[in-house]
Design a protein around this ligand. Structure first.
Ligand code: MN
Ligand code: MN
Length: 399
C-alpha cells in the first residue's frame, strides 16, 4: 500500500495518484516516475485545485541547448511557455574569455549573474560608452537598441537574461558579424574608408558566441570617450543590497526607484528559508515571471471563478503568474529556496492578503469570512513578504 506520495517522495516508494481518502488509482505506466516524484502536488493535486488553469511552469532542462565554443545558451520564451507573453528568459554560460558577440536588439535586457563574473561593454546613442565587471548577485540593464557585449572573466560565468517581450529569442538579434556578412564589401569599404581587402577574413555568417582569451584588467580596456560615459549606470549590485528581513526569509527589491535605468523591468530576489513561505499576495501592475535559483517549492495560482492550480517548482524552473492572480510560494525542501520575481514594469508592487485584511474594518472581515478572534487578532498591518509557520515542517504536506 502506497502512502500519500507528497509525504516521503524520496523514501524509495513509487508515488501513486491516490489521495488519503482513496480517490484515484495506481498508475501502472507508461510513466516517468522521476518526474512524478519531483511533482507530488501535480500527481496528487490539493483538493482545493479546480478548473482550467493553463500551464504556469517550464524547466530550462526541457529547452534546446545552443552549444558554442565559448559557452552555451537556452531560453524559455512564449514558444516554450505560451502564457508568458510579457517577458522571456535566457540562461547563458560563458567560459573564461568566452564572448557573447557585439549585438543589439529591440527589447531591453536585464541580466543577473548566478556564478562567476563577466565584463560588459556598451555605447549609447550619444556616443557615451560603458564598461564594467560584474559578479555573483550583480545585475545589468541595457535599454532597447543599445549595442553591447558580454565576456566571461577568469572563472567564466553563468547568468540569467530577461527580456521585456515574451516572443524574444536570443538567437534572433542584430549581430555585428551578421550585418558585416550581409553588407556588400564595397559598401563596407566606403563606410570605413578602407580598401575591401580589410574585410577579406570577416565571418561569413552570424558568430553569436566565440572563444577568446580572458581579457586584461578593466583599466587596460577602457576606451577614452570624448563624450563621457553613460549618465545612468547599466549595472546594480542586487545581492549586496540590504534586504527586507522577516522570520521566513529575505527580499531584495530592484526597480527604477533604486536602479533608475531599469524603466521596463522590476524584480525581487526572494529567499524563503526552510519552513517559510512567500505569503498569499498578488501584483496590481503586471504578470510575474519567476526564475528558481535553488531549492524546491510549490505554488498555487488562484485564477478567480473557483479555479486554482498547484505547481511544484525547483531550481532551473521558470514559473509564471498572470496579472492579478493570487498566489503563494512555499518552501517544500530542507534548504533555502531562492527565486527571482520579475515584472515588465518600472516598479515592483504587491498587495498582501494579510495586510489588506488587517487594515479593513474588523466586522467586514469577520462577517465576510465567518472567522473569529483567533484569526482577526493575528492579522498584521505590516507587510511580511515571507512568513514562517511556527511548527516546521509545515503540516500542510502530511495531512
Ligand atoms: Mn543582448
Ligand atoms: Mn508574486
Amino acid at each position: 500500500m502506497n502512502q500519500y506520495p507528497g509525504q516521503q517522495p524520496f523514501a524509495g516508494r513509487i508515488p501513486q495518484p491516490i489521495r488519503p481518502d482513496g480517490a484515484g488509482a495506481t498508475d501502472f505506466g507508461p510513466r516517468d516516475v522521476l518526474r512524478d516524484m519531483e511533482n507530488p502536488d501535480m500527481l496528487v493535486p490539493p483538493v482545493t485545485d479546480a478548473g482550467l488553469v493553463p500551464n504556469l511552469k517550464f524547466s530550462f532542462s526541457d529547452t534546446h541547448m545552443q552549444l558554442n565554443h565559448g559557452g552555451w545558451s537556452r531560453e524559455v520564451t512564449v514558444r516554450e511557455l505560451p502564457i508568458a507573453t510579457t517577458l522571456a528568459g535566457v540562461n547563458m554560460r560563458l567560459t573564461p574569455g568566452g564572448v557573447r558577440e557585439l549585438h543589439w536588439h529591440k527589447q531591453a535586457e536585464w541580466g543577473f549573474v548566478i556564478m562567476g563574473g563577466v565584463r560588459l561593454t556598451a555605447v549609447d546613442q550619444n556616443g557615451r560608452n560603458f564598461i564594467a565587471d560584474v559578479g555573483v548577485g550583480d545585475l545589468w540593464y541595457f535599454p532597447p537598441g543599445i549595442p553591447h557585449s558580454i565576456q566571461g572573466l577568469e572563472e567564466g560565468a553563468e547568468f540569467l537574461l530577461v527580456f521585456d517581450d515574451g516572443s524574444f529569442s536570443d538567437l534572433d538579434t542584430f549581430s555585428i558579424s551578421d550585418w558585416f556578412a550581409h553588407t556588400p564589401k564595397e559598401v563596407l569599404s566606403a563606410n570605413f574608408g578602407v580598401p575591401e581587402s580589410a574585410f577579406a577574413n570577416i565571418p561569413t555568417e552570424q558568430v553569436y558566441m566565440y572563444q577568446a582569451a580572458v581579457p586584461g584588467p578593466i583599466e587596460s580596456q577602457k576606451v577614452p570617450d570624448p563624450y563621457g560615459t553613460v549618465p545612468l549606470s547599466f549595472t546594480h549590485r542586487l545581492l549586496a543590497q540590504e534586504p527586507i528581513r522577516t522570520p521566513g526569509g529575505t527580499v531584495r527589491i530592484v526597480d527604477s526607484t533604486n536602479f533608475p535605468i531599469s524603466v521596463t523591468i522590476a524584480a525581487a530576489l526572494v529567499e524563503i528559508k526552510p519552513g517559510g513561505m512567500r505569503e498569499l499576495h498578488w501584483h496590481p501592475n503586471n504578470d510575474e515571471w519567476q526564475y528558481y535559483l535553488s531549492g524546491t517549492g510549490r505554488m498555487t495560482a488562484f485564477a478567480s471563478n473557483g479555479t486554482a492550480r498547484t505547481f511544484d517548482v525547483r531550481a532551473g524552473d521558470v514559473g509564471y503568474v498572470p496579472f492579478a492572480f493570487g498566489h503563494y510560494v512555499q518552501n517544500t525542501g530542507n534548504d533555502s529556496l531562492w527565486f527571482l520575481e520579475m515584472f515588465k514594469s518600472d516598479r515592483f508592487a504587491d498587495v498582501s492578503l494579510n495586510q489588506w485584511m488587517a487594515l479593513t474594518p474588523r466586522e467586514l472581515v469577520q462577517t465576510n469570512l465567518n472567522v473569529g478572534p483567533e484569526l482577526l487578532d493575528a492579522l498584521r498591518k505590516e507587510k511580511w513578504p515571507v512568513v514562517r509557520f511556527p511548527n516546521f515542517p509545515s503540516p500542510t504536506r502530511s495531512s
